[in-house]
Write a protein that binds this ligand. Structure first.
Ligand code: SF4
Length: 113
């Protein structure tokens, strides 16, 4: 690899790290918490936050992976084919005792789909 290419790639990586939290915060359009459902609250368990951008600084939060509930393997937006149109932006999470979590949320148990 040429020296110029090395510095170019290093700069691109650095700018991606700087931009990632901003993109994460702006891309997330959480729905309204579904009424009458068991909804997880901030910091209730596993350091869960409703908005992944609020997890910035947590030792397990890696913004470069764009982690959030929507791309977590424990997120279940539509259980057994049921219509979840009444809970837009929210889905159930097995790690949160099947409570509803925001698709924009995050907790330290996040695992990429
Ligand atoms: S386990 Fe995944 S879906 Fe559940 S709260 Fe944590 S990040 Fe969200």
């Amino acid at each position: 690899m040429k020296r110029r290419d090395f510095f170019k790639k290093a700069l691109m990586g650095l700018s991606a790290l700087t931009i990632a939290p901003t993109v994460l915060a702006e891309a997330c359009k959480a729905g309204t918490a579904p009424a009458g459902k068991r909804v997880a609250k901030n910091k209730e368990r596993l350091d869960y936050v409703v908005n992944a951008a609020d997890a910035k600084g947590h030792k397990k939060f890696k913004p470069e992976e764009n982690p959030n509930c929507l791309n977590c393997k424990f997120y279940e937006p539509n259980k057994k084919g049921k219509d979840d149109s009444k809970t837009p932006g929210y889905g159930r999470c097995a790690m949160m005792a099947n409570k509803y979590v925001s698709q924009c949320g995050w907790c330290k148990s996040w695992r990429k789909v």
